[in-house]
Ligand binder design. Structure first.
Ligand code: MG
Length: 345
């Protein structure tokens, strides 16, 4: 059976530039793909590599799509190399073969054993302005607050940590994201600080490109009680497999949009009883729907989602549901990929 394959590139300005380790990111580039089967069934997928994360580029993905032609069959679609994981991800979603893993393993109110909602982490701005946002966000119902560190002077940030902890609602926790900004000594100082404070975990204290990063991260995870999460270290499924084999005891920040084989990778994480946080790759609502689908199918412990990103784009037609303290399964189902596709016409 042959599909009709179409794709449309997009270049969407963010409402506000996103600060990354490589500078400001202003425009999100990617592709939407549409597959129509012989029976007229239509599926949509998104191809959204993150420039700061990995080598895959939108230009390579588009070139590969042109190679596949306008009417590939499933065997032809499966020839996309594993190095183009985001493209494999988008094509899988569009061919509507993506299934949530082990969906029946978890009791819940949603259909198919899914929970009916999942908690979302509140995003705090870097620096001192974070302090004023905890109160209103706590009142709105958020209980996990993500704060970017390694941005301002370390002594100032460490001083602020206590103010932020004091401002948290009862039972709430901070999630610190260093985006790889620290060296070993700085990471140790912070982890010392965090030990007796309500810190859920510290994300990516050291960049993966630092010499000996893997041993350094494993050492920090072994020496301090606060869990450490890997984010930039996990570009795609190969890195996830590698860290599983290394026995990583901390948290895996998983951006499902970056995985070429979502079901296979989720099954391996589940078998290892890994601690997982699902996170946005700052994709449009099309990719976010598949990514959230994966999060709702996860059989393990549900940590607050890193999906508190909307409204994200200057053009709201590409946004997912506006971030509250929870994402409802009903809202995920309601996302209409066709609307985003049409908006690119
Ligand atoms: Mg991160």
């Amino acid at each position: 059976m042959n599909y009709r394959l179409q794709f449309r590139p997009y270049a969407l300005p963010f409402r506000a530039p996103v600060r990354t380790a490589h500078g400001l990111w202003k425009i999100r580039e990617g592709l939407l793909v549409r597959l129509e089967d012989a029976a007229g069934g239509v599926g949509y997928g998104e191809v959204a590599p993150v420039p700061a994360f990995g080598p895959e580029t939108v230009a390579e993905d588009a070139a590969m799509l042109r190679t596949l032609g306008e009417s590939p069959d499933a065997a032809r679609l499966s020839t996309v190399p594993v190095t183009l994981g985001c493209l494999r991800n988008g094509l899988r979603a569009a061919s509507r073969t993506q299934q949530p893993t082990k969906q029946a393993a978890k009791p819940g109110d949603g259909e198919g054993g899914r929970p009916s909602y999942l908690a979302v982490a509140a995003l705090l701005p870097a620096g001192k302005t974070a302090l004023a946002e905890i109160g209103p966000k706590g009142d709105a119902g958020f209980r996990i607050f993500k704060w970017k560190v390694g941005v301002d002077d370390a002594a100032d940030e460490m001083g602020l940590l206590d103010d932020l902890c004091a401002a948290l609602p009862g039972g709430a926790k901070l999630r610190l994201d260093a985006n790889g900004a620290w060296d070993r000594r700085r990471a140790e100082q912070w982890l010392d600080r965090c030990a007796e404070r309500p810190v859920e975990f510290v994300e990516q204290p050291i960049l993966p490109s630092v010499r000996g990063a893997e041993d350094l991260l494993l050492g920090l995870a072994a020496d301090y009680p606060t869990p450490i999460a890997l984010d930039e270290s996990l570009v795609g499924e190969n890195e996830i497999h590698r860290w599983l084999e290394a026995g990583w005891p901390g948290v895996f920040v998983v951006k499902p949009s970056l995985l070429g084989d979502v079901p296979g990778t989720m099954a391996r994480l589940a078998d290892a009883r890994a601690s997982v946080v699902f996170s946005s790759a700052l994709e449009t609502a099309v990719g976010a729907q598949s990514a959230l689908w994966t999060a709702f199918g996860w059989p393990g412990e549900s940590r607050a989602l890193g999906f508190g990103v909307w409204p994200l784009f200057a053009d709201a037609r590409f946004d997912g549901p506006v971030a509250g303290p929870f994402v409802q399964w009903e809202d995920v189902k309601r996302i209409n990929p066709e609307a985003a596709w049409t908006a690119l016409d």
